[in-house]
Design a protein around this ligand. Structure first.
Ligand code: BTN
Length: 318
C-alpha cells in the first residue's frame, strides 16, 4: 500500500487527487488520507491542496524498504527488507528473523547500530544515518567449509555496487575490507549457524562509511567515507539497491559456476596479493609476502623464513 501510493505520487509532477488515488488503489479516500499521514510521520513532505490533491515535495534520507524495492532488479535478494531506526546490530536482528524461518535474501537495515560488531571481536562505529548498516540472509546448500568464500563474494558484490553507483573502484584487502585511497570504507562480517556438514544459514553483514563523521580515536586515520572522497552527497538508497543487485548476480554465479569466477573478480580487485604484509592471528604475528588466495579463501603468505603459511582468519597490515 505504502509503496503503491508513493509510486503513484512520484510518477506525477502534478497534484494527484485523493479520488483518483482511491480508485487506482481500490480503497476509500479516508484510507488514502490515513496513509498520506503515515508517510508524513515518516518524514515525507506531502503537500495537499483542496480540489487539486496531493503532491510529494520531499523524500526523507532514510533507507526505507519501499524506496529500495523500487530500484531492485533482483528475484530474491532484498525482496523482503526490514528497516529499523536503531538496532544493536543488523546481524543479530537478522539471526532472530532467520531462526523464525525467514527466507533466503531477507535483508535487515538500520539507520543506527548501538552495538555494531566488527571482525575479531571489535566494535563497528555505526552512527545514525551516516552509513549503510545492512545484513543479508543466505541459505546456501554447501558445507560450512565454503563459508569464508561467501564473505569474499560479499566483498566483491559491495565493491561492484560502489563502483557502479559512484565510479570509485574500492580495493579489497584480505579478507574483505574495502579500501579507497588506502583507507577503510567498508567492512564485512559473516556469521553462520551450521551443523558439522551443512549450513543452516549465513548472515552476511556489511557496513559502509558514507557521511563525514568524527571517527573514534582507534580508527581515525584508517577509515574514510564515500562522501568525503567524492566531495558530494550520496543517495544511500540508490547505492544500497545497486549493491543488492550486484549481490544477487554474484551469488547466483557462485551457486551455478562455483567459486572460480568470484575468485577471479576478487583477485582482480584485491590490493593484498604480491605485497609484503604482516598478519596478526590467534597464533601470533607473521610477516612475509602475500602470494595467493588459498582454495578455501585463506591467505597464503611466504614467510621471511621462506615457508608457505595459510591463514584462514586474521588481520592484515599492508
Ligand atoms: C569489520 O571490518 O570488522 C567488519 C565490520 C562489519 C560491520 C557490519 S555493519 C552491519 C553488520 N552488523 C554488524 O553488527 N556488523 C556488520
Amino acid at each position: 500500500m505504502k509503496g503503491k501510493i508513493l509510486a503513484l505520487l512520484k510518477k506525477s509532477d502534478e497534484y494527484v487527487s485523493g479520488e483518483w488515488l482511491s480508485k487506482e488503489m481500490g480503497v476509500s479516500r479516508t484510507a488514502i488520507w490515513k496513509h498520506i499521514n503515515y508517510l508524513r510521520q515518516e518524514g515525507y513532505k506531502i503537500e495537499s491542496v483542496p480540489r487539486l490533491g496531493y503532491k510529494i515535495l520531499h523524500i526523507p534520507d532514510k533507507l526505507y524498504a519501499e524506496e529500495i524495492y523500487s530500484l531492485l532488479t533482483t528475484n530474491f535478494i532484498g525482496k523482503k527488507i526490514y528497516h529499523y531506526n536503531h538496532l544493536t546490530s543488523t546481524n543479530d536482528q537478522l539471526k532472530k528473523l532467520a531462526d523464525e524461518g525467514k527466507g533466503e535474501g531477507t535483508v535487515v537495515v538500520a539507520e543506527q547500530q548501538t552495538a555494531g560488531k566488527g571482525r575479531l571481536g571489535r566494535s563497528w562505529f555505526s552512527p545514525p544515518g551516516a552509513g549503510i548498516w545492512c545484513s543479508v540472509l543466505l541459505r546456501p546448500t554447501v558445507s560450512p567449509a565454503h563459508a569464508p568464500k561467501l564473505t569474499l563474494l560479499g566483498a566483491v558484490a559491495v565493491a561492484e555496487g560502489i563502483e557502479k553507483y559512484t565510479g570509485l573502484q574500492p580495493g579489497i584487502k584480505w579478507p574483505n575490507d574495502l579500501l579507497v585511497e588506502g583507507k577503510k570504507v567498508c567492512g564485512l562480517l559473516t556469521e553462520m549457524r551450521a551443523e558439522v556438514d551443512s549450513i543452516n544459514y549465513v548472515t552476511l553483514g556489511f557496513g559502509i562509511n558514507i557521511k563525514l563523521v568524527d571517527f573514534p580515536e582507534e580508527v581515525k586515520g584508517k577509515a574514510i567515507t564515500l562522501e568525503g572522497v567524492l566531495g558530494k552527497k550520496l543517495n544511500r538508497v540508490g547505492l544500497l539497491a545497486c549493491i543488492l543487485n550486484a549481490f544477487e548476480k554474484n551469488y547466483l554465479l557462485f551457486l551455478s559456476k562455483g567459486f572460480s569466477p568470484i575468485r577471479g573478480k576478487w583477485e582482480e580487485l584485491n590490493v593484498t596479493l604480491g605485497k609484503m604484509v604482516t598478519v596478526t592471528s590467534h597464533s601470533g604475528t607473521v610477516s612475509g609476502e602475500a602470494v595467493a588466495l588459498g582454495d578455501g579463501g585463506g591467505l597464503v603468505v611466504r614467510t621471511d623464513g621462506d615457508e608457505l603459511k595459510e591463514f584462514l582468519s586474521g588481520e592484515v597490515t599492508l
